[in-house]
Design a protein around this ligand. Sequence first.
Ligand code: GLA
Length: 666
Amino acid sequence: MNRRWHTAALAALIAAGTLIAPQAVAKDDGLALTPPMGFNNWNTTHCRDDFNEEMVKGIADIFVSKGLKDAGYEYVNIDDCWALPERDANGDLVPHPVRFPNGIKHVADYVHAKGLKFGIYTSAGTKTCNNQGGFPGGLGHEEQDAKLFASWGVDYLKYDNCNNQGVDAKQRYTKMRDALEATGRKIVFSICEWGQNKPWEWAKDVGHLWRTTGDISDNWNSMVSIAKRNMELADHAGPGHWNDPDMLEVGNGGMTDLEYRSHFSLWSIMAAPLLIGADLRKVTPATFEILQNREIIAVNQDKLGVQGRVVRNQGGNHVLVKPLSNGDKAILLFNENDSAANISVTAQELGLTRASGYKVRDLWAKTTSHTAGSISAALPPHGSAMFRVSAAKDWYNYPPAITTAADGDVLYPGALPIVQPGKTITYTTSVSNTGRLPIAAVQAALTVPHGWTAKATSSSFKPILSGEKTFRTTWQVTVPATAAPGRFPISASFTFHSPHENNPVTRQYSTEALVPGAPPKGELFISDLKWLRAANGHGPVEVDTTNGEAKQGDGGPITIRGKVFAKGLGTHAPAHIEYYTGGSCSKVTATIGIDDKKVNPLSLVSYEVWADNTKVYDSGPVSGADAAKSLEANVSSATVVRLIVRDGGNGKSYDHADWGDVRISC
Ligand code: GLA
């Protein structure tokens, strides 16, 4: 219970039925009424030497010169490694003399002079986290450290969880909250205990934000798994108390710009703190463009302060909605998977009703259109689309929303379109008008690589495409017999007249076709073949070693119940590996089980083998206690063999699934 509330006032509220049960109430200090925005050096520098005064000043300069400050970014925060390993004779923390030769106050003053705010870091433990030994933490020194920070002009404290000596988390974080409040300075308090003690249940009046997960790293799997965990906690966030899925990786180089757009969209719709984690002195213009998308920032910073909720998640096709203070709804359509996807949602599902049409602002394309009720997007792998939908009466002043797509025939849902040299594959292009008004003179075209042919086998022209209708064309795409293996671009374009445009509109949609190499021959270890695609729940799939952790090549020998395998695959649920077999293989055999090094009560998976769209092997539940299993699967006539590991239903922790000696007979 917030100490500042008078018991009598609270009792009156309960009596009046305003409050059903006394719950933790958010801090009422007026801080972090919208999610904090700013910078933190950790994701880009860790404890490297380039984390220093010059960097912090450089970031503050760029915040001003490049317009980030105007866009709302405010806090310039420093993380671990700013201090020396020992306190001084007075017991005070000492700034690292090489990194910060002029002290911390000097840097804070510099940041303040730019009209920005300054943040610092320590741990609710005896030492901070960095593996070079850390510097002394705040546990038992709360008041002294808080006073020192306040005297330097600190506006934000990130309080970590390492070396906490087993002291109760609520007690540790409350102690520092009280110490910060006692300084009289307004300091945003960021709880960083990685979601271990469910801070969303008790920390509303302790901190302004709390981490909900372990550390993010600069790769797709890490970002997505953190986002999915954070999505579940939407009910707990609000003004002054935010779920924190960790700092942004946008611009650090481990993901594509398309993936960073998804990352930024997810964090924005989840009302997550937007703390830039890249060295802005070195990033590309595309990074600035993502971080400075003001319409998306406006969704994040909306004063209603509601975290976007999951409307649905169908196998990694996510729809999230965030209500906004003016009655609009922000929506995110997000494709987690490696294959293209059409995702849609209706205005009704968003809770918007009683309008004959809706205005739809595409927050990445920066276009406005209208819809009769359905909002959809054809998304590439890992892509997303973000919209602001409103029940505005003037919807008919905007052109109808049009979605375009081109899909090749596939062997199973989500597969890559595969075509052998000299053969033909069918593509279907589509133009969907989700508006109320018609579009006219719709012409579809398909562009294929040089030497290939594309022939429409149904009409590619539609004089009028009414609202809420889709126009499809089928195409036979023929690949020359001499085509080399590879992934080739297939690009569809659509031109049409829209009621609100003077000139014809053109839309493009890019996809691809995969030309496989020769099918494998003989008795082979599958790990010697090149896969078509591989996805893994934690780090990459490893060849001939175990999965290890998040980094490539960090596994050890594949070992199942004491038996070591020189060949095989190291995976972690959920995993999915596809091999081209071209109908010429008959059998897959392997020894499967949880890796000896990672056996844990939480290890629970199942293994499957698929021949195209048919499941030909299912191990049933496999736990760390089970003996190694022999797998044999009949894959005759399969064009693609798929090896799959599923999480056993208890979450994906410790699901390090080994495939020993996977052999294929072709
Ligand atoms: C922990 C935190 C990170 C970072 C490091 C610094 O891992 O979760 O965000 O602050 O410590 O050592």
